[in-house]
Design a protein around this ligand. Structure first.
Ligand SMILES: Nc1ncnc2c1ncn2[C@@H]1O[C@H](COP(=O)(O)OP(=O)(O)OP(=O)(O)O)[C@@H](O)[C@H]1O
Ligand SMILES: [Mg+2]
Length: 146
């Protein structure tokens, strides 16, 4: 039923719960899991970097984001506890919800497992904006873990 599971991770404890649940599902269904972290640069920085071939964006900031992304994916891989050949990793640049939905459709994932909340301190709604958008727009089933 599930062969390819996509797990978007942002380093939050809730996203790690979604990682663990994806691991359980993957074990039952013999599925592959891909961890994806989307680096979200402010729109102005993206526009500047587009125009100047990344020269417009501060390299120190990019290095720090890259290191943070590596750490997030590495922690998720450890929480997943699956054999290495069953786990893929992607670090992408863009708007998180759009990028996650595009990837899920382009590479034909059949389940997305993600947290209801992420890193934001604002708790006005049950779901964060990324999980809300992905659950509305993804082409496949979305498991929202809390
Ligand atoms: N940049 C990202 N890359 C990959 N996955 C992400 C990213 N941001 C959030 N997610 C996924 O979405 C889930 C929900 O996070 P979301 O960002 O929607 O909530 P929030 O941080 O509490 O609120 P908001 O960001 O809307 O203020 C996370 O648990 C994670 O699975
Ligand atoms: Mg967030």
């Amino acid at each position: 039923m599930f062969e390819k599971i996509l797990v978007p991770v942002d380093g939050s404890p809730t996203s790690l719960k979604a990682v663990q649940m994806a691991g359980e599902i993957a074990r039952r269904f013999d599925a592959q899991v891909t961890l994806v972290h989307v680096q979200h640069l402010p729109t102005a920085a993206l526009a500047a970097s587009d125009m100047a071939g990344m020269a417009g964006t501060d390299q120190t900031m990019i290095d720090a984001l890259d290191a943070a992304a590596q750490e997030i994916v590495c922690a998720a891989r450890a929480a997943l506890a699956l054999p290495e050949n069953r786990v893929g990793e992607k670090i992408l640049l863009g708007h998180p919800a759009e990028t996650i939905c595009q990837l899920a459709e382009a590479e034909a994932y059949d389940l997305i497992s993600m947290g209801s909340r992420g890193l934001s301190e604002v708790r006005a709604f049950f779901m964060g904006s990324v999980s809300d958008k992905v659950s509305h727009h993804a082409h496949c089933p979305v498991l929202i873990v809390r």
